[in-house]
Design a protein around this ligand. Structure first.
Ligand code: DX5
Ligand code: ZN
Length: 220
């Protein structure tokens, strides 16, 4: 089984409620929300007030990807604002285990996000405290970048690492996923697939979600 998580980063923010409905009709149940602070990544996007509004507007699972420095200062605030899933970057948090436990204690699913150049070994100690791993297949900061090909092998190794430890940590993949490579990432072990520009960048995002689900369904 896999799920598709449209990233609202590529949506039209002036009509967010409609955009959400459009992708939901295509079969998406998770909404990926990219939070950027202009420090951990070069870009600045959205924060807590938008998540609060989204919570009121939809029953979809809200998945907040925190691309921010010192994520421990904000992680539980995102759960309180209505996020169901919150991921923090392993590169940004020196007290990662504590942050993951805090997210769980607040009632959220805890996630560790990991950049393309960061080795999987950095996940090892905190893995039992994570409900999911967000494997970045582009360097975070912008939508519409190309999938980094070595991410596939990294994904397979992560799948193996989780299986060997008999954990049921989910794997989410994020960056450069389109209709041509979605089957490969699902085959390689991704259970949640984030996609921004390949959905909201299309004329018919409802159909784009359906097409991506169809393209990946070969493997499930
Ligand atoms: C990148 C973000 C992604 C982005 C994905 O920093 O974390 O979630 O929105 O967009 P696409 O699918 O266009 O690569
Ligand atoms: Zn993201």
């Amino acid at each position: 089984m896999f799920e598709i998580a449209p990233s609202i980063l590529s949506s039209n923010f002036t009509r967010l409620a409609e955009e959400i409905e459009i992708v939901k009709q295509g079969g998406a149940n998770i909404l990926h929300v990219d939070v950027m602070d202009g420090r951990f990544v070069p870009n600045i996007t959205i924060g807590l007030p938008i998540v609060k509004s989204l919570r009121k507007a939809t029953d979809m699972t809200i998945d907040c990807h925190l691309m921010i420095e010192e994520p421990s200062r904000y992680a539980t605030k995102f759960v309180e604002a209505g996020a169901d899933m919150v991921s923090v970057h392993v590169e940004a948090d020196v007290h990662l285990q504590r942050t993951l436990v805090a997210i769980r204690d607040a009632g959220g699913q805890s996630g560790i996000a990991i950049n393309p150049a960061t080795p999987l070994v950095s996940l090892e100690e905190a893995l039992p405290y994570a409900d999911f791993i967000l494997l970045m297949s582009v360097n975070p900061g912008f939508g519409g970048q190309s999938f980094i090909p070595t991410s596939l092998d990294k994904l397979r190794r992560l799948r193996q690492m989780i299986s060997e430890r008999r954990l049921n940590t989910k794997i989410e993949i994020d960056g450069g996923i389109d209709i041509d490579n979605i089957a490969k990432v699902v085959e390689s072990g991704a259970e949640i697939v984030v996609s921004g520009s390949s959905i909201f960048g299309k004329d018919n995002p409802t159909q784009a979600v359906k097409d991506m689900i169809d393209a990946a369904s070969v493997w499930v």
